[in-house]
Ligand binder design. Structure first.
Ligand SMILES: Nc1ncnc2c1ncn2[C@@H]1O[C@H](COP(=O)(O)OP(=O)(O)OP(=O)(O)O)[C@@H](O)[C@H]1O
Length: 235
């Protein structure tokens, strides 16, 4: 379970997150959507202990990320692609992560298989396509068999087959009781798989709840997005 409560973040004298609160529950896929610059990545970085909030708290299973005893076994994440060094192979990268986190070596081949990279053998990550990099990032997120997944724009660079595949994977993870939080600047994209939606714009959460509730009264998902995120004067 993920809980964000009253999070404020200031950057260069400007509030980029203003009292952000929402939750992501087990057994559900929660879509975190908003236009470019709305504050999605800033929120996820605080949730994953990469940045500190100026106020409020962000908890994973009731604890701040930095206090988790086995972070990769509790929450798998993907921000900014795979994070692997260009000169490494996918297997080397995952084996290194597994070693540093007390994860059994057998998991490396299991996740490579799961994300469709089992055949990449000796290929260096620097030669990977954007989509392969996304798959490797996902493999790293799944490595520790975490109950919670936090993914920033996971479908970037994936072809339609890849997009369908990742949706199936996230759905299955939630159906098995896991918690899934995924961000996107495309609400239609997320609406295909999400149970709950959190809409953020200019650092504020403007709607949150089951998808049917958030989109009620609007003709389409796209219309909901524009109505909730465009400044009033622009409408
Ligand atoms: N390191 C930084 N220093 C200063 N400002 C930053 C920094 N990182 C982000 N910001 C600002 O914080 C605001 C929120 O950015 P953030 O990356 O969280 O948005 P986002 O919703 O993830 O957008 P995108 O979809 O473009 O990734 C933006 O105005 C951005 O310019």
């Amino acid at each position: 379970m993920l809980l964000i409560e009253g999070v404020v973040k200031r950057r260069r004298g400007r509030d980029v997150l203003r009292d952000v609160s929402f939750r992501a529950d087990p057994g559900r896929v929660t879509g975190f959507v908003g236009p470019n610059g709305a504050g999605k990545s800033s929120t996820l970085r605080i949730l994953l202990g990469l940045d500190r909030a100026d106020a409020g708290r962000a908890l994973v299973d009731g604890r701040p990320y930095r206090e988790l005893r086995r972070p990769l076994r509790t929450v798998g994440s993907m921000l900014d692609g795979s994070g692997a060094h260009r000169s490494r192979t996918a297997r080397n990268h995952l084996a290194w992560l597994a070693r540093g986190n007390g994860i059994p070596r057998r998991r490396v081949d299991e996740v490579l298989d799961q994300v469709g990279l089992a055949g990449t053998g000796r290929t260096r990550v620097g030669r990977f396509s954007l989509g392969m990099g996304q798959r490797l990032g996902l493999a790293a997120a799944l490595l520790g068999e975490p109950r919670t997944l936090v993914l920033d724009e996971p479908v970037n660079g994936l072809d339609p087959d890849g997009i369908r595949w990742i949706r199936g994977l996230l759905r299955a993870h939630a159906d098995a009781g896991g918690t899934v939080l995924l961000s996107s600047h495309l609400m239609g994209e997320v609406a295909e798989v999400a149970d709950d939606l959190v809409v953020i714009t200019r650092g504020r959460v403007v709607a949150a709840g089951p998808i049917g509730q958030v989109t009620a009264g609007y003709a389409t998902v796209e219309e909901t997005f524009f109505a909730l995120t465009e400044p009033r004067e622009a409408r």
